[in-house]
Design a protein around this ligand. Structure first.
Ligand code: ADP
Ligand code: NI
Length: 214
């Protein structure tokens, strides 16, 4: 494996996600790729595996590509075309399978490489960018910004989480405020602190404005 496959993977995800407006545009994947690389270098993980898994982590996502989610067809075909060994393809598919947030059924990836990719993906759901992505996702799925009459749900399992159609403000309580406690690596934990604090400030401002206080 070499530089060429990384360049091709970048071209591939740009083509797949160029018309995504649900918070999964190519820049999301590219940020996850760069962040995962930084974390992998700090944590002494296998950088090439981390980079490929990060670049391909959303191409068979259940929400974005439900038909290929189980088979990981897009990932497998791309890697096969580049003559990646069956053993490495399996490692990368396992990382991608475990990456997603699934409420109380979320998986802690067994490998350090999986931990790096999961942390990078979750960091991109936090902070200023995470806030923008949440509202983009909510809008693209016809969700209300906020409705004080709809309470948020705690401790949802994978099925409940995936079928949930709550408001975007509720999503902060249902997922985004859980993420900082669930970071796997020291590097990501440190970065998540500031992003968590920023989201908390944002939500308290939002709710104060909603109530007409400020
Ligand atoms: P993961 O990358 O863990 O699989 P998702 O793909 O579910 O996470 O989420 C991608 C982005 O969309 C994140 O920024 C996330 O916060 C946002 N998102 C997911 N579900 C919702 C929701 N119900 N309301 C608002 N934003 C959401
Ligand atoms: Ni992602």
């Amino acid at each position: 494996m070499n530089e060429r496959i990384i360049k091709d993977a970048i071209d591939y995800i740009k083509q797949i996600f160029q018309y995504d407006y649900s918070g999964h545009d190519p820049f999301h994947t590219l940020r996850v790729y760069h962040m995962a690389t930084t974390i992998a270098q700090q944590e002494k993980a296998d950088v090439m595996i981390v980079q490929l898994a990060a670049l391909l982590h959303d191409v068979d996502d259940i929400k974005l590509s439900p038909k290929t989610h189980l088979s990981k067809e897009n990932t497998v075909n791309f890697l096969n075309k580049h003559h990646v060994s069956a053993q490495t393809i399996k490692i990368i598919c396992d990382i991608i399978e475990n990456v997603s947030y699934s409420g109380t059924d979320s998986v802690i990836p067994p490998s350090m490489e999986g931990k790096c990719v999961q942390d990078a993906d979750r960091l991109d759901a936090m902070g200023a960018i995470g806030i923008a992505r949440a509202f983009a996702y909510g809008g693209s799925h016809n969700r209300a910004i906020y409705d004080p009459n709809i309470p948020y749900k705690e401790n949802m399992n994978k099925t409940e989480y995936q079928n949930n159609t709550s408001t975007t403000i509720n999503h902060f309580y249902e997922k985004l405020f859980q993420l900082h406690q669930q970071m796997n690596t020291k590097t990501a934990k440190a970065i998540s602190k500031k992003r968590e604090a920023f989201m908390k400030t944002y939500i308290s401002e939002f709710l104060a404005e909603w109530d007409g206080i400020r």
